[in-house]
Every structure is written in C-alpha cells, then in structure tokens.
Design a protein around this ligand. Structure first.
Ligand SMILES: Nc1nc2c(ncn2[C@@H]2O[C@H](COP(=O)(O)OP(=O)(O)OP(=O)(O)O)[C@@H](O)[C@H]2O)c(=O)[nH]1
Length: 836
C-alpha cells in the first residue's frame, strides 16, 4: 500500500495542495495539510477527478487562481519538447510566448478555459498541437489513456457547448477536431501550417508576422483561402476575447478594403488596385475574367473600373470631371430671359452658280439702297433689313468656311441657302453643300438662280434635288425652293420672305442681358489697327471696354465697327461687328467670350496656347519617310498612306502600281489620292488629314503647299526618277533609308612646328588628347575660330606613315589642299558616324 503526500499529488497535477485537500474532502477523505499522507484509494479519487474534470475549470482552482507560470511551463515544454514537430514553426512558439507575456487578457481567458494544466493541451485535435497529449503523458503517467479519451470527449463537448459556431464548422474542421490530424498535417504544405495553428489560441497574436505568407498561400490555394478565413472567423466569433487581438493584427497587415471609392477619371490598373486595397494581380485576374486584358500600367476607363469595383463588392462614387482650365463654363440662360433674334444665313452652292452675285444683289438691294448714304464695308458678315426685320448674311460663301467653323465647334448658321444654277443643275459641290447642311442640321432653302438664262430648267433642278432628298413644296415635299436671278435681281424679295418665314418657325431667341458670347467670322492683322476680328455676337451684348477672350487671344474691346463702317458702342445678339483690342489674331470659328477679369482672360489664353503647342508637337508625329520604320516598329502605322502627284497621268499610275506592290507583313501601302499637276495646298491638307506623305514626280509644291506642309508637318518628297521614289519608300519601310551621320570627336593636336617640304607644309604636332588617324577629318582652329575643315592627307611618325597617333606622341600631319597651317593652331580630329 503506497502513501502519497498531498503536496506530491498537487505537484503531479500541477495544482495546489488545497485543491487536492478539497477534492479529498468532497470524497470524505480527510487530509489536514500538504504534508498529510493519503493511500492508493485517495490517489485514485484524485486521478479520477482530474481525468473527469479535464477541460473544466474547477471552481476551487479558479478561486485560487491558477499559476500562469505553470501554464506557461506546460505550454513551453509541450511545444519545445515535441519531437518531430518540425512543422510547428518558431513563429507559433513565439506566438505562445507572446500570448502569455504580452496579452494578459488572453492569458486570463486561457486560464479560465484551461484551469487544469492538462487543459493547456486543449487544441488536441487541432492540427497544430498534436503531440501535446503525448508529451503530457510522459509527464503524467497514470491512467493516461483513460484521461486522454475523456479529455478528447470533453473537448468535443465543450466545443459544441461553448462555441455554437464551431458546431457549424466544415466537416473537415470537425474531423480535425476529432481525429488525429497527423494524416491531414502530412498533406499540408509547410505554408499551410499556420492554418492549424490558427486554432491554437496562442497563435492569434502572431498573425501579424505570419499573415503575408498566409495571404500568399491563400492566393496559391485559391478556393481554400476563403474557407480558412471562414474557419478563423468562426474561431474568433466563438471566442470573443480573442476577437480584438485577431482583428487588430489583421488591420495591421492587410491593406484597408474600402466599401466605397471615388473615381473621377480613368486610372491605371495599379492605381485602381491601390484604391480597392487589392493586389494588382487580383485586379488583373478580375479584369481578365471580364474579358479585359490589361497590364499594371494600362489605363482602365471609368465604366470598366466601376464594374470591376462592383465585382470586389466596392461601390463607386463617380466624381464630376475635373474642370479644364482652358475652358470657360457656358452660362445657361433662363428661358424667360430669351428674346427673339435675327436669323444668320449662309449661302452655299457649286462654283459659278452665282453665290457671290446673289449676296451682292441682296446687299445692294437691301443694304446700300435702304441705308441712304451707307457705305457697305466688307467685314465678313452683314445685316439686311427686310420688312422691318433683320437678317444676317455670312459673307463667306462656300462650304469651306461653313465647315471650318463647324470643325471648330462653332455653329453660327441658322439657315443655309443652296444656290443652284437653273441651267447647270445639281453638281458635285451642290451635293457636298447639301450634305454639310444636313450634317449641321440646318434647314435648307434652295435658290434656283439664273432663271433668266435661256437654258434655265427649274423643274430639272427640282428633279435632281429630289434625288438627294430635297423635295420641293410644290412637289409635296417640305423644301422651300425660290426661283431667282441675281443678275436681274428678281425673286430676291421672295427669298428674303422665305428666310424670315423659316426663321420664325425656328423661334430663334437669345438673351441680350448677359456677358457676350460670339464666334469669330474672320480675323486679320491690320497694319494700323493691329489684330482685327469680325465677331458675330450670338448671346448677350458685347460692349466697348469688355474684357474678351477668343481662342488664344485676349484683350479689352477698344473699338467696334459695324458692317456699314459705323463705330458702335455695343453689339446685341445676331450682330456682326469688327472688334479691335485683341492681343493676337484669333482664328475663324474661335469662340469669343466676355469675362470679368483680365488676369483670368490672360491666364486662360496662355493655357490654351500651351495646350495648342503641345498638340502641335503631337502633330509632329505625322508619318515621314525618315521615321516611317520606327513608327512601323512601334505599331503606330499599319497603312502607309501616300498622296501621289506627277506631271502626267501615266506616271501617277506607274507610281501607284509600284508603290502598292511594296506592301510587307507590317505595313500596307494605300494611295489616298493621285493626281496630275503641282503639289498644292489641298493635297497637303488631304495628306495631313489622312496622315499621308506626298510623293511628287517631276512636280514641285507651290508656295502655299510648302507653307501648309510646314505648318501641318506633312512630308513632301519630290523625285525625277521613278525608281528613286520607289526605292526610298521601300527603304523607309524596311528601315534601310540612307542613314544619318553624327560627328564624333577623336582627339586634339597642337601644331608646334611648321616644316616646308616640296609638296606643301607639314605640321609638326603633338597629340594633346585622344588620337588622330590617317583618315580623320580635321578642323583647324586658330584663336578659337575654325579656319579650315578638311581631311588628313598624311600622318607620319619620324619618316614612317602611320595609321594613328595617340595622346602624348609627336607626329607630322599634312592636310588635304591646305597650306596655311601655323604654329599654335589646334587641329581637332573627328569622324562621322552613322546614327543608328
Ligand atoms: N445670267 C445670269 N448670270 C448670273 C446670275 N448670277 C450669276 N451669274 C453669273 O455667273 C457667274 C458666276 O457668278 P458668281 O456669283 O461669281 O458665282 P459664284 O457661285 O459666287 O462663284 P464662285 O465664287 O467662283 O464659287 C458670273 O459671271 C455671274 O455674272 C444670274 O442670275 N443670271
């Protein structure tokens, strides 16, 4: 019969003597103090009690307060002594240490859950702590199997009782809790180890250090990641005390994941990932799933960014676009402030159909005649009074001006008058004019002109126009067609009446009581008056003294002159006036706006100028034979557009055929236009618009074309031999165009003695730096001035010809066809190298 001291039992169970005495007392066994001895029966009671209560904190112990140090000891030894636990990282060990030393709250919680030191092995069944029971068994010998079974059973019960969420664990997790996890662990990669440790309460505090690896693993494991996250969350939820520390460490290591982001403009994938708090790779992957292939620095438009953000569960707040500093916000007019205004009319039509004649006829009949003594001044637009109502005619016939303005965003015309000669009928430019007016959604009134002519056939004109969608009213359509004769001045009143009628239907209105807004119709630099611009005021009233900005020009209105040459102080809507006082000559179609601050006007104008310059620089990117190959390589050019001009049609065709056949894998030659005659401005404009280069064979560009080509950065190449043209284009396409050279300095030589020989002069010299060779090009410099440039004729050391002489050596140099060498001259040796 063995005897056991109370203190020995207490020591065995890592508890206090009082706990042992209390347990014995409850079992009617008396033990006075820690030195008291008890028999086997009492020992069995203690063993049973601890085995049964494993995992439950005995009240007595709670009351006594377990010793954290004890708990630590167990934990440490558990971990530290576990043989073959290489999978348990140092991190998780240190995690346990951290838990006890740095997180008293957690220790408390751990204590309360694990009052029994054996319960330190609570995570049995969790992958990270498998060896603990075993190790514990080494320490606590009796009834170990029994206790182990009881412990496991209890542990399972406890999980179910105390952690409702845990019961929701995935089967896998439950399995882990019940079975030995060794097989599972063996399946895990080292990177997965922390997952098991997650269930080890101690490792929560080490999350921060481990998280990046985990994040990686999650990425690698794909679907496993969220599951593990879920498991972790469950754990955290099931154990409220652990939650704060867990969430704190999460916040520390993971980028914040916003619920809402603000986007204002397209941004790169990298920037977007940053805003979303995601890895760039995640964003790229999601984009790929959306069918968008993008690299890290590629821009994503707002729509795509919004869809992508929503995929991540992030709401997007779209910010209004940033204000363009070169733009002046338009003033919205209150409908109540609008008053009727005169219509603005443009006359269009085919060449020689009588546009100018018609304009003149109207002006003479209704301006000069009605305004007695009035001098009609050409300012690009004029007002006509008819039946007490005003009509503004733009005195810039032809659709070029009309479309040029439209291209600049200015819509000045309310009504288009299409002049068609009754004898000639519809011609190519008539059709163009119809299309331009239609594109601008401007109503058309047809003036069938020259009805006085013997061959005039208005019905044929109507017939032809009907084919282009303009059906005369008397034919059941809605296009007003007025027969007129500009020469005989007949039908003009009818035409004006119709203009007023159409204008009335359009209900043209503007607010005269606001800062002026208008369009530049014409502008030029006047020798005496400086920049002069004709402005059609469209809204508001322009006054002398107003601060204005028009395109890149700005200034203060110094004076205004109307179409009759009168000085005026103000111009109301639909009034054309000449304006003086601008800093520069604006372009036709520029918008003129009156602003309140001259500084602001200047600043905006300067910004516009800078913008224009940068746009011009971009224009320089136009195709040219010199950089064709580079552009092809950069993928900028797939079609090489060419305009061909030649002296005869045969040459045009020959060139066209030969050039088209030059196509290769990367680029295809496309002849946008081929014509006979000198290269003119219109060829250049066409080439500019279609990013083409111009090839001229036996023709030259005229002065205007040259100027335009310079301005538009259009490459013009002229040839006298057809094969040269073909060879050049071919060479440019393959990057074999005659190379450029650059100068490379080889060395500097000082002339110290001049020796006269029968053939000429030898410069007895000393190479100061670098070298000079017998094939060097040389520059003779005297007192800093270049006095000669040529080539080395001979290079000698003593009496021998040498190929080169380097720094620190003397030599004799003769220079081709140069005899004026002097002592003290510096000879610069250089070579021309090909620029790659
Ligand atoms: N018989 C007759 N001749 C006219 C009439 N109108 C214009 N002409 C003549 O037609 C020719 C061309 O007239 P323009 O007014 O210069 O024609 P346009 O359309 O302005 O021509 P471009 O400015 O070159 O486009 C001139 O010789 C005019 O005298 C008309 O009503 N009857």
């Amino acid at each position: 019969m063995s005897k056991y001291r109370i203190y020995e039992l207490a020591k065995e169970y890592n508890t206090t003597s009082k706990v042992i005495i209390d347990i014995l007392a409850r079992n009617n066994i008396t033990a006075k103090n820690h030195m008291s001895s008890v028999d086997d029966a009492a020992k069995a009671v203690i063993d049973r009690t601890f085995a049964r209560k494993a995992g439950v904190a005995p009240t007595a112990e709670k009351n006594n307060g377990s010793k954290p140090a004890d708990a630590e000891k167990v934990s440490h030894s558990d971990v530290g002594e576990a043989p073959g636990r290489s999978g348990l990282t140092k991190q998780s060990r240190s995690g346990i240490e951290t838990r006890h030393s740095g997180e008293p709250q957690r220790s408390q919680e751990a204590r309360s859950e694990q009052s029994n030191p054996k319960q330190q092995t609570k995570p049995v069944g969790h992958t990270g702590q498998q060896s603990r029971p075993k190790q514990q068994n080494q320490q606590n010998q009796p009834n170990q199997q029994n206790r182990q079974a009881q412990y496991n059973q209890h542990n399972q019960q406890r999980k179910q009782q105390h952690s409702p969420q845990r019961s929701k664990q995935t089967p896998q997790q439950n399995q882990r809790g019940q079975q030995s996890s060794q097989p599972q662990r063996s399946q895990q990669t080292p990177g997965q180890r922390p997952t098991g440790s997650q269930h080890d309460s101690g490792t929560w505090h080490n999350e921060g250090a481990r998280r990046p690896v985990q994040a990686n693993n999650n990425k690698k494991r794909g679907a496993n990641g969220p599951k593990q996250q879920q498991g972790k969350d469950q754990h955290a939820t099931g154990n409220p005390n652990t939650r704060p520390s867990a969430s704190v460490s999460t916040a520390k290591t993971e980028p914040p994941k916003p619920k809402t982001i603000k986007l204002g403009e397209p941004l790169t994938v990298k920037e977007l990932a940053g805003k979303l708090g995601r890895e760039v790779s995640e964003v790229i992957k999601k984009l790929m799933m959306l069918g968008v292939m993008a690299s890290i620095n590629q821009e994503v438009d707002l729509d795509t960014a919004t869809i992508l953000a929503e995929e991540f569960g992030v709401k997007v707040e779209v910010l209004p676009p940033e204000e363009d500093p070169t733009e002046i916000p338009e003033i919205e007019d209150d409908p109540g402030s609008l008053l009727p205004r005169p219509p603005v009319v443009t006359i269009m039509g085919h060449v020689d159909h009588g546009k100018t004649s018609l304009l003149d006829a109207i002006r003479q009949t209704h301006v000069t005649a009605t305004e007695a003594g009035g001098i009609t001044q050409h300012i690009g637009a004029y007002q006509v009074n008819y039946q007490g109502k005003k009509i503004v005619f733009l005195d810039t016939p032809g659709h070029e001006a009309f479309t040029a303005m439209r291209a600049r965003g200015a819509q000045v015309t309310d009504i288009a008058i299409l002049v068609v000669a009754a004898d000639d009928g519809v011609m190519p430019q008539t059709i163009e004019a119809i299309n331009h007016a239609k594109a601008a959604k401007v109503p058309i009134i047809v003036a069938i002109n020259k009805i006085d002519r013997p061959g005039a056939n208005p019905d044929r004109v109507k017939q032809q126009l009907a084919e282009h969608g303009l059906i005369a009213e008397d034919w059941g359509g809605d296009t007003i067609m007025v027969p007129v004769s500009a020469l005989k001045k007949t039908g003009l009143a009818d035409l004006l009446e119709m203009i007023l009628l159409v204008a009335e239907m359009q209900e043209l209105k503007a607010n005269p009581n606001r800062p002026a807004y208008g369009t530049i119709i014409e502008a030029q630099l006047d020798k005496g008056r400086g920049p002069v611009a004709t402005v059609l005021v469209q809204k508001g009233t322009l006054r002398v003294g107003d601060i204005i900005i028009a395109g890149t020009a700005y200034g203060k209105v110094r004076a205004m002159v109307n179409d009759r040459g009168d000085k005026v102080k103000k111009a109301e809507p639909a009034t054309p006036v000449e304006v003086l006082g601008l800093s520069d000559v604006p372009q036709a179609g520029d918008i003129l706006v009156a602003v309140d601050d001259e500084k602001k006007a200047r600043s905006i104008a300067e910004k516009r100028l800078a913008k224009k310059r940068s746009e011009e620089l971009q224009q320089a990117q136009k195709v040219s034979l010199d950089d064709l190959f580079k552009q092809i390589q950069e993928g900028n050019i797939k079609d090489l557009n060419i305009v061909i001009k030649a002296d005869v049609q045969g040459s045009v065709e020959a060139l066209r055929q030969a050039l088209v056949n030059l196509k290769n894998k990367e680029v295809r030659v496309n002849i946008v236009h081929g014509g006979v005659g000198a290269i003119n401005e219109s060829d250049v404009m066409l080439a500019s618009a279609s990013n083409a280069l111009i090839i001229g064979f036996n023709v030259r560009p005229d002065a205007n074309a040259r100027k335009a080509a310079e301005a538009e950065k259009v490459d013009i190449r002229t040839y006298r031999v057809i094969y040269d043209a073909i060879n050049d284009v071919e060479a440019a396409m393959t990057g074999m165009l005659a190379p450029e050279y650059k100068e490379v300095l080889q060395g500097r030589v000082e002339v110290r003695q001049v020796i006269s020989i029968p053939k000429g002069l030898v410069a007895g010299s000393y190479v100061l730096e670098g070298k000079i060779t017998n094939s060097s090009q040389v520059r003779v410099i005297r007192n800093g001035v270049v006095v000669h440039e040529g080539k080395v004729e001979s290079l000698r050391r003593f009496k021998d010809d040498v190929k080169e002489v380097t720094a620190g050596f003397e030599c004799g140099i003769t220079i081709e066809r140069y005899r004026d060498i002097k002592v003290g001259d510096i000879i610069e040796a250089f070579a021309m190298e090909v620029v790659k």
